[in-house]
Write a protein that binds this ligand. Structure first.
Ligand SMILES: *[C@@H]1O[C@H](CO)[C@@H](O)[C@H](O)[C@H]1NC(C)=O
Ligand SMILES: *[C@@H]1O[C@H](CO)[C@@H](O)[C@H](O)[C@H]1NC(C)=O
Length: 346
């Protein structure tokens, strides 16, 4: 009895969250692929190459060294792969590879989210509080942060709101349920997903007001001290500045890998470029690079979707004309004998 009441309450909560998510004004836009390579100016600054492979979108000044403040992506970039022309930020995640029965790996391509145009990449969200009036403060120059932990192999210690959704239909409804509700899982889905996999990475929303980075790239930000960002829960006294909620959605096109006769005997065939076969190590990196106060203006105007009167937009052709070659050339495509960087499965 009690269990069923809880189940009904959970279902109602999920429905309510989905409805709020669908109605809330939020910036949601495409950033197409800039480059796929082993660089990580946040976690491994200056290092050629970083330990694992990433897919990177945004401004083309992305580089091994991007010293906070001193290296201004808006000044150094000549183009961006994002729809909003003033957004030279870099957004990146690990890649997903499929491991076939014979032990070979192939990168799982990405697709563009419903309603958007471009190539691969990430759907980026900047979400203001759902009440429609509470103000948020845009990130300061040099700001950066990390969500998730590439080393996790179980749910213990995972940050909130990082998950995978097994899509049943390729023409998925982008508002078919708020992220990390319903059947979404922190781990990789265990079964083939006919419509691909959507992964969601949501960043913390409270800032200490001083540091644009911290040694673990996390301690300068925090979650609301009670309630949630969505319910306009207050920020803790240690991190009093309310930020917009940054969220990534990555659409992984698993369709060419859904034939179970290709799957290894061990089952679930997907692996992150970190060697993570569980999915719990999903993570995202953010380096702020908006020009001037463009992001604050867009937040204050409560812009929604990928058109905003306060911002300049680019055409699809313009965003696709922006790309970058690998700094260190490396094979990442086709059938590979091992993951890039020879990372062992772990
Ligand atoms: C990127 O870093 C390299 C050194 O690794 C440097 O030569 C190059 O000028 C940097 N690019 C920019 C845009 O600063
Ligand atoms: C491994 O299996 C895949 C999928 O069946 C196949 O395309 C690939 O050529 C195989 N690789 C090797 C080295 O046999």
């Amino acid at each position: 009895m009690k269990a069923s009441i809880l189940a009904v309450a959970a279902a109602l909560y999920a429905q309510e969250a989905a409805a709020q998510f669908a109605q809330a004004a939020m910036m949601r836009f495409q950033c197409s692929q800039l480059v796929i390579e082993r660089l990580d100016p946040l976690v491994n600054p200056g290092q050629l190459q970083s330990t694992h492979l990433h897919q990177i979108v945004g401004g083309n000044s992305f580089n091994a060294t991007m010293t906070p403040v001193e290296y201004d992506p808006a000044a150094k970039s000549s183009c961006t792969t994002c729809t909003f022309a003033e957004d030279f930020s870099n957004y990146w995640t690990a890649n997903i590879y499929f491991k076939a029965k014979n032990g070979s790996f192939k990168r799982v391509p990405q697709m563009v989210n419903l309603g958007l145009k471009g190539q691969g990449g990430v759907t980026v969200y900047y979400i203001p509080p759902y009440d429609g009036k509470t103000k948020v403060t845009a990130f300061k120059p040099g700001f950066r942060m990390l969500a998730g932990d590439p080393n996790l192999r179980s749910q213990k210690g995972m940050q909130k709101q990082i998950c995978h959704r097994c899509e049943h239909n390729i023409a998925q409804n982008p508002f078919g349920g708020a992220p990390c509700t319903g059947d979404d899982t922190a781990a990789f889905p265990k079964k083939p997903c006919d419509g691909g996999i959507r992964s969601t990475i949501t960043f913390p929303t409270c800032w200490d007001g001083k540091n644009v980075d911290s040694p673990d790239h996390k301690s300068h930000v925090a979650y609301p001290s009670s309630g949630t960002f969505e319910s306009t829960g207050p920020c803790p006294a240690s991190h009093p500045v309310r930020l917009p909620q940054v969220m990534y959605e990555v659409m992984w096109d698993t369709r060419e890998f859904n034939d179970k006769s290709m799957w290894p005997e061990t089952g679930q065939p997907l692996v992150y470029s970190t060697g993570d076969t569980t999915g719990y190590g999903q993570h995202g990196d953010y380096v702020f690079g908006w020009k001037g106060d463009a992001l604050q203006k867009a937040l204050d105007a409560r812009c929604s979707g990928d058109r905003c009167s306060a911002l300049k937009t680019q055409t699809n052709e313009e965003t696709l004309a922006c790309f970058k070659g690998q700094t260190v050339k490396e094979q990442t495509e086709g059938w590979l004998d091992s993951l890039p960087g020879d990372i062992p499965l772990n």
